[in-house]
Design a protein around this ligand. Structure first.
Ligand code: COA
Length: 148
């Protein structure tokens, strides 16, 4: 495995969108989605990549994961389905911690058990549970915090 991390450029945005959509679709059971694939693709290409601090993981030049940071929030985090459980998420989360050494926050859906287990094994602590009334998906979620 030869994984490297760099900031996404406009030229990467279509590949970033493909990873985002495929990862989300594969996790559909615990990641409810608002919007069609075309709407998500437009969001990634025209808003997320240009406006957010978007990082990608590449394996031999292929985009295999993405992560966005906004202040100390880890907003988006997706590994391509065929590249999960290879340690890429772990390496990318470690990269995010190096970028934000003072600490990180993130929201996860309560029923996203695999992601919650992943975060909790890497030092994230649940701080607040909501019924989802204020998120787009209207899905109960949990705020996690990591401090070094
Ligand atoms: C959650 C997510 C980002 C983790 O990324 P990942 O690349 O699969 O993470 P890793 O491979 O580093 O670790 C995942 C698990 O596989 C295990 N693993 C790592 N390498 C492995 C290997 N070679 N063989 C078997 N298992 C392995 C890890 O120990 C880890 O187990 P744990 O969750 O019990 O700690 C990814 O699964 C994902 O994109 N999920 C869908 C989207 C999502 O839910 N995003 C988070 C929204 S809040």
């Amino acid at each position: 495995m030869d994984i490297s991390f760099r900031r996404a450029t406009a030229a990467d945005a279509p590949d970033v969108a493909t990873v985002y959509i495929s990862s989300r679709r594969a996790a559909a059971e615990w990641l409810p989605t608002v919007g069609t694939d075309d709407e998500i693709r437009a969001f990634v290409i025209h808003q997320m990549v240009p406006e957010r601090e978007t990082w990608i993981a590449e394996d031999n030049g292929r985009v295999v994961a993405l992560l966005t940071l906004h202040g100390d929030d880890l907003d988006q985090f997706y590994v391509a389905p065929d590249n999960q459980r290879r340690g890429i998420g772990d390496a990318m989360l470690a990269h995010a911690k190096r970028l934000r050494p003072a600490g990180l926050h993130l929201w996860a859906f309560q029923r996203n058990t695999p992601a919650r287990r992943f975060y909790e094994a890497r030092g994230f602590v649940a701080k607040k549970f909501t019924d989802g009334a204020t998120n787009m998906e209207r899905e109960a979620d949990v705020l996690y915090e990591w401090t070094p």
